[in-house]
Ligand binder design. Structure first.
Ligand code: KG4
Ligand code: ZN
Length: 334
């Protein structure tokens, strides 16, 4: 069953639209909201307003760029959750109105499943089963992927997400929001063994990142009291050491999951999968443990509608549609 589907993503602070045709993502238009930078984090109400301003333009651009007439569409897909209520509501309402006007069926997509399914946009693609470490600003999960639409969370964070641990550290270091990629950048010229940060040990495949964030706060405060230039003079080493602790916490659980399940196909997904140190260490682990690793293109790591489109494609093939009574679910889980 071939199909052209329009997909919309609006769960946080990126307004994005994508057109997919027969499983091939034709484009991935993203409007990033810079308004949040001056507040040091996403302000939900401002995000909702920015989505309202951007969504029509982004959808029009996606259709025009793909040279697709609205009459050629077979379905409209949207992120139902998890995410921020207001931003989700903008995307869901737009998708519903658009589908109603054109008499098209709707496909709801789970944002976290979509991050995993981003691996099926380009080659090489993993085969089933595989493990996916999904790491973003709101989530840190190890997912067992048994089929396109059959996934199970094996372990996840009990408090902060690893992306939050990056962003909060960036804030403590006076870097703009979101600062994850900046920590990555400064860390690349630093020594990851210069300082030791405590790695929280959690049972099983659970994660916790709130302790290390507080440890960094006290570390910066105590050392700055002794030497006011401490942070300035050790900036890259602090970034590299903190990043090393975060990434090793992720990889030690991934190693445990691979051992427990006997699965050696390992994927990473979500915004933090753009981290260069995680990518480098994962390659090292893959040689050591004979893993076959899958790392998505940068474009499909952070929030984007391309991943919603590919997820929608698989749901379309299964005939999984929803009615006009669908509402956003900010706490939707895999
Ligand atoms: O998946 P995503 O775009 O949005 C959510 O669903 O949360 O992930 C955003 C997160 C932010 O915390 C951001 O700082 C982090 O991904 N991030 C990075 C890098 N690029 C983005 N963290 C570390 N290193 C990076 N290069
Ligand atoms: Zn995301």
């Amino acid at each position: 069953m071939s199909a052209i589907i329009l997909a919309i993503e609006s769960s946080c602070d990126e307004t994005s639209a994508s057109v997919i045709s027969d499983g091939k993502v034709l484009n991935n238009i993203i409007a990033t909201q810079s308004i949040h930078q001056k507040y040091g984090g996403v302000v939900p109400e401002l995000a909702s307003r920015a989505h309202q301003q951007n969504i029509t333009k982004v959808v029009q651009e996606a259709l025009q760029e793909a040279n697709i007439q609205k009459s050629c569409l077979k379905a409209v897909a949207f992120t139902r959750g998890p995410g921020l209520s207001g931003p989700l509501l903008v995307g869901v309402s737009f998708a519903k109105a658009f589908a109603l006007g054109l008499n098209l069926p709707l496909i709801e997509v789970n944002h976290m499943e979509a991050h995993v399914l981003a691996h099926f946009i380009d080659d090489p693609k993993p085969s089933f089963p595989f493990l996916c470490l999904t790491v973003s600003g709101g989530h840190t999960q190890i997912v067992l992927v048994e089929d396109y639409l059959k996934m199970k969370v094996l372990g996840e964070t009990q408090d902060d997400a690893v992306g939050e641990a990056f962003d909060k550290a960036a804030k403590l270091l006076d870097l703009p929001y979101p600062g994850g990629h900046l920590i990555d950048k400064y860390a690349s010229s630093g020594n990851p063994s210069a300082f030791k940060f405590p790695k929280t040990e959690m049972p099983g495949l659970k994660f916790s990142f709130s302790g290390i964030k507080t440890a960094l706060l006290y570390f910066l405060r105590d050392n700055s009291l002794k030497d006011p230039d401490f942070v300035k003079n050790n900036f890259n080493d602090i970034c590299a050491s903190y990043q090393d602790a975060l990434i090793m916490m992720l990889l030690s659980k991934l190693k445990k999951a691979a051992k427990e399940t006997g699965i050696s196909q390992i994927a990473i997904a979500g915004g933090v999968s753009a981290n260069s140190y995680l990518r480098k260490k994962l390659e090292e682990f893959s040689l050591q443990h004979k893993w076959k690793v899958f790392i998505p293109a940068f474009e499909y790591c952070t929030d984007n509608a391309g991943m919603i489109a590919i997820a929608a494609h698989f749901k379309y093939l299964e005939g999984q549609f929803v009615g006009q009574d669908v509402t956003p679910d900010p706490r939707l889980r895999i």
